[in-house]
Design a binder for this molecule. Structure first.
Ligand code: FAD
Length: 389
């Protein structure tokens, strides 16, 4: 008998249909290319236009801007389905879940009309470029500068670890527009990169896992970008804009983490039931049963908490601290569960042909990106401490 997963309150038939569409898309358009994409360390560019045609891009963006007209729940089911299927290759969460919402929230009407419909079809692929070689967690230390010259910003700097970095042609660049110290002089500028002088992509980064996702360095050398591509009505609001959007971004990481745990447990249960050892299935060993029971418990608790966070996010009441809890705790549990599941596979768990080995490599970064887990704990403690220190 398998564990029955209760249907969360936010799930409806429309969302179930979208999950089915995403599953079919993964089987048809992603997984058959998986080995080749892994070897070349990126998906083919046309996965974006295929995903657009299937209705998977900008699902939570209003129809008037070319989107699917859905809500955060639509991004959730797409993220869950892709994570469970292990069908990476295009980081829809960065494209639709993050950048599209920066434009929707802070863009003016002309900007929304210009970028969102093309993002929904996959003609534009979006990335967000915050991290620099000298500034990751400490975002206020960024050095990329955007100096005004007439009607243009002249942008100079370097970014690293940028998801969708190979295919992106619309990049939300976090740059310093003013002399003020710390977060005050930081702005978000949308950069259209096709044919843009001074824009250069560095090498594709060779990651430990997530091999189908293109992650790259970007270099800006005197790029001239119209000042009307600033997000928001005035410069210097970038840091606040980033902070406002972080809870949803962190929750998306937790959503993917729950789906990854579910896949790890399902793979492992099937494996230990058929693997014979000392004349009986590996599942008959008490250690196996206890370890799988522990994994299933962690998964069920994580799912329950994340479902509650999704409900709060849909009601627009998810706070920074609770989202930080979801991000750090789920990614931590995901690490523990996947590691235990590798152990139960024995040597086969260390072979890349087994999904569990790939999950192991893919999951590790969950504790690092989107704000490292140490930073999540600091945020939670700050709230407990009344915002002091
Ligand atoms: C696969 C991948 C994809 C990514 N995608 C993107 C992207 O699309 N766009 C983008 O802009 N960035 C992206 N990043 C960057 C990611 O967000 C950063 O790696 C992350 O924020 C950590 O920054 P850092 O690597 O510079 O580490 P550092 O900031 O140097 O941190 C090093 C260590 O110090 C710890 N630390 C830092 N501050 C504190 C503190 N106050 N208290 C205690 N410990 C602390 C950290 O937790 C960490 O363990 C990606 C990274 C990876 C690996």
């Amino acid at each position: 008998m398998s564990i029955v997963v209760p249907k969360p309150g936010w799930m409806d038939s429309d969302l179930e249909q979208l999950a089915d569409t995403t599953n079919r898309f993964s089987d048809r358009d992603c997984l058959p290319h998986d080995d080749r994409w892994r070897a070349q360390r990126h998906a083919d560019r046309d996965i974006w236009t295929k995903a657009g045609a299937a209705g998977l891009l900008c699902a939570s963006i209003p129809e008037q801007y070319g989107g699917g007209g859905g809500h955060f729940g639509h991004e959730v089911v797409i993220t869950q389905a892709l994570a469970y299927k292990m069908a990476g290759g295009f980081s829809n969460s960065v494209h639709s879940g993050i950048v599209a919402h920066y434009i929707l929230r802070y863009g003016n009407e002309a900007q929304k009309q210009r970028w969102l419909p093309k993002m929904a079809t996959g003609e534009l692929v979006a990335a967000i470029a915050m991290t620099e070689p000298g500034a990751g967690t400490d975002l206020q230390a960024i050095r990329t500068s955007a100096k005004t010259d007439g009607e243009h910003y002249v942008i100079n700097g370097a970014k690293t670890f940028i998801t969708n970095g190979l295919h992106a042609n619309l990049i939300c660049v976090v740059a310093r527009t003013g002399p003020e110290q710390g977060g005050k002089g930081i702005s978000l500028i949308m950069v259209e990169t096709d044919g843009l002088a001074g824009f250069r992509r560095g090498k594709l980064l060779d990651k430990v896992g997530q091999h189908t996702v293109d992650t790259a360095e970007l270099f800006f050398d005197g790029m001239r970008v119209p000042t009307h591509q600033l997000l928001g009505s005035e410069a210097g609001r970038g840091f606040v804009q980033l902070m406002e959007q972080l809870p949803r971004e962190r929750l998306i990481i937790a959503v993917g983490g729950v789906a990854t745990m579910q896949r790890a447990v399902d793979e492992t249960l099937a494996y230990v039931q058929q693997r014979q050892i000392f004349g009986k299935p590996l599942m008959a060993m008490q250690n196996t049963r206890f370890k799988l029971a522990e994994c299933q418990t962690k998964l069920s608790i994580a799912r329950s908490f994340v479902d509650d966070c999704i409900t709060r996010s849909l009601a627009d009441t998810l706070d920074l601290s609770t989202a930080a809890m979801a991000k750090w705790w789920v990614s931590e549990m995901m690490g523990q569960v996947v590691d235990e599941c590798v152990q139960l596979h024995g040597g086969y768990g260390y072979m890349n042909e087994y999904p569990i080995a790939r999950l192991y490599a893919d999951a590790r970064v969950g504790r690092i990106y989107g704000g490292s887990n140490e930073v999540m704990k600091e945020l939670i403690a700050r709230t407990m401490d009344g915002g002091k220190r």
